[in-house]
Every structure is written in structure tokens, then in C-alpha cells.
Design a protein around this ligand. Structure first.
Ligand code: AHR
Length: 323
């Protein structure tokens, strides 16, 4: 009989590795993990925490890096099925195109757990999904901006995540919901930066040129911190003061955004825990050892951090976690 130990959903990064969720009943199980790639600091941390969680639970983790390509993820999943793994974790790069391969896993009786991104597919094709409420993340970011600018006119530029991915679609939606009804806040430009630092910088350079050297921009909203770190560099290169001349709000809560915040160059971030694997392993333990069907959606917390939340301390607490 398995013993399920502490489940720390969104319990704060300080607690992350000391109270990791793990399930003794997965000792010796073989679990395949199809990871998207390494586009961001957050992604690197998720990979690193997943490997640590697997090791702690005695799982034989088969890791496959898809280098941002869905076709590589599909190949990896088919490979896991052929090997007869006990379960499969997938962080799906985009939200469509999964029905066939997940149907094959289902036919092989291999439970699939989605990590950090959602898909548009029948829910019976996966056991559970461990992810944040991405619409809420966008809403939290938008509400911060609404509260911060008050009645002032504010032109916003938006750096979107990977086209077709659930966080890009949902974080955009949530932010738009939060600013709706506040006619003084308008999104004047919006483009994908593919969740990477380099593209975030490149796109921000274009926004600055197009908006009077950046003088017409009041705020940047980025769907992740890495794109914001790139945008901060672009602002500095253009002689602007990020965090003062232009407000910033983004998502993930990676150490580098706290370093920028401590330097007065970033204003707000919404936390996304990199520990998606802990809850996933607990769910798999219950299912594989006794047939307990978990909730379809296991939702992690979305907490806002600003300069008032000890950014230096936050940086120190997170910097060694694989970001
Ligand atoms: O799916 C989660 C998102 O993917 C993170 O916010 C981003 O950094 C990553 O690329």
C-alpha cells in the first residue's frame, strides 16, 4: 500500500524542495516525460524539479526533450508506448493535434498526465492535468496594472507566448478581461516573443521604435518573465528606465525577474510553481496502486509578487532550484 506524503501545491518556493510531494508506491515504476524544450528559465526549473521528484520517489524517469516541436513530442510518446512504460507525463507545446497519439496511449492502457499546459482534446484521453489557471494569471497581471495606473491613460504593449499554446491564449484572455471596462488602458501592440528572452528583446525593440522611442508606452505585459528580461534589456539599450518610465508585469516568478525588481527595473510578476511533477506523481500513485481516479484538473496557485515582497530574498530562495 502506498503512502502519500505531503502535497504542497503552491506552498511557496521556500517550501518546495523540503516538502516535495512524493509517492512511495511509484518505486521502480517507469515513467516517460515528454518535455517541450528549454525555452525559458521556468522550463529549466520544471525539468530539474521533475527529475529530483522522480529520483526521490524511486521512479525510473525516461526524459525526452522535444526542442519546441510537437512532432518530436508525438514521436517520444509513441516511443514510450512501445517501451511499455507505466505512465507518461507530457507538457504539450501547443493545444491542438493530440487526439491520435493520446488515443494510442489509452488503447495501450497507459495513463497520461498533462503538465503545465492544456489541450483541446476529449478529457478521457488523459488521466489528469496539473497546471495553473492561466486565465487567472492574466487577470491577476491585468488587475495589478488597473490598480497601479488608476485613471491615467496607459498604452500597453504585449509580448505573447508561443502561438497556439494554452498559456499564450489564456494569459491574453485573462489580461483583456481585467482591463475591460477601463477605457484608459489599451493594448496598442501585441506580438509573439515565443517565451524566449532573445525574441522578447527583439520584439520589444520593434515596439520601442514604433512607439516614439518608447515614450508613448506606459506598460509592458509579457506572458513570461524571460521575455520581460529581454524587454528590459531593450528598454535600457534605448535609454529608457524600465520599472519607472515603463511599468512591467509578467508571469513565472523566476529568479532573474526578482533581481530586476530588486534593481528597480521590474514591477510585478505572477508566480507559476515549477513543481508540477509532485502532484502528478501523487495522482499516478493513487491510480496505479488501487485505481483511485484523481480530479481532472489539479490547479496550482497564481500569486502576485511586487517590490513590496522582498525581491532580493525571493531571488536568493529560488536561485538554486534549476532556473
Ligand atoms: O507553460 C508554462 C510556460 O511555459 C511558462 O510560463 C513559460 O516560461 C514556459 O515557456
Amino acid at each position: 500500500m502506498s503512502i502519500i506524503r505531503k502535497l504542497a501545491l503552491g506552498a511557496g518556493i521556500g517550501a518546495l524542495l523540503s516538502t516535495v510531494a512524493f509517492a512511495d508506491g511509484l518505486q521502480g515504476k517507469v515513467i516517460g516525460f515528454s518535455q517541450i524544450g528549454s525555452e525559458s528559465g521556468w522550463r529549466a526549473a520544471e525539468t530539474s524539479v521533475t527529475k529530483q521528484q522522480a529520483e526521490k520517489a524511486g521512479i525510473d524517469l525516461k526524459f525526452a526533450d522535444a526542442q519546441q516541436k510537437q512532432e518530436n513530442q508525438i514521436k517520444a510518446i509513441r516511443g514510450f508506448i512501445a517501451q511499455g512504460v507505466d505512465a507518461i507525463l507530457v507538457a504539450p507545446v501547443v493545444s491542438t493535434g493530440w487526439d491520435e497519439v493520446l488515443g494510442e496511449a489509452k488503447d495501450a492502457n497507459i495513463p497520461v498526465v498533462l503538465l503545465d499546459r492544456g489541450i483541446d482534446a476529449p478529457e478521457d484521453l488523459y488521466l489528469t492535468s496539473v497546471a495553473s489557471d492561466q486565465v487567472k494569471e492574466g487577470r491577476v497581471a491585468g488587475e495589478w496594472l488597473v490598480a497601479t495606473v488608476g485613471d491615467k491613460d496607459c498604452k500597453v504593449v504585449q509580448l505573447e507566448g508561443t502561438v497556439g499554446s494554452s498559456p499564450a491564449n489564456n494569459r491574453k484572455k485573462g489580461f483583456e478581461e481585467a482591463i475591460a471596462g477601463h477605457g484608459n488602458i489599451t493594448i496598442v501592440r501585441s506580438q509573439t516573443g515565443d517565451f524566449t528572452r532573445s525574441k522578447g528583446k527583439e520584439v520589444m525593440e520593434g515596439f520601442i521604435k514604433a512607439e516614439n522611442g518608447g515614450k508613448d508606452i506606459c506598460a509592458v505585459y509579457a506572458h513570461n518573465d524571460d521575455m520581460m528580461v529581454g524587454a528590459i534589456q531593450a528598454m535600457k539599450d534605448a535609454g529608457l528606465k524600465p520599472g519607472t518610465d515603463i511599468l512591467t508585469v509578467s508571469i513565472d516568478a523566476v529568479p532573474d525577474i526578482f533581481a530586476a525588481m530588486a534593481a528597480g527595473e521590474a514591477n510585478a510578476t505572477v508566480e507559476l510553481t515549477p513543481d508540477m511533477a509532485g502532484p502528478a506523481f501523487v495522482a499516478l500513485d493513487g491510480y496505479l496502486n488501487g485505481g483511485k481516479v484523481p480530479e481532472k484538473f489539479i490547479i496550482t496557485e497564481s500569486k502576485l509578487y511586487t517590490a513590496a515582497d522582498d525581491p532580493k530574498g525571493q531571488y536568493e530562495a529560488r536561485k538554486g532550484l534549476g532556473y
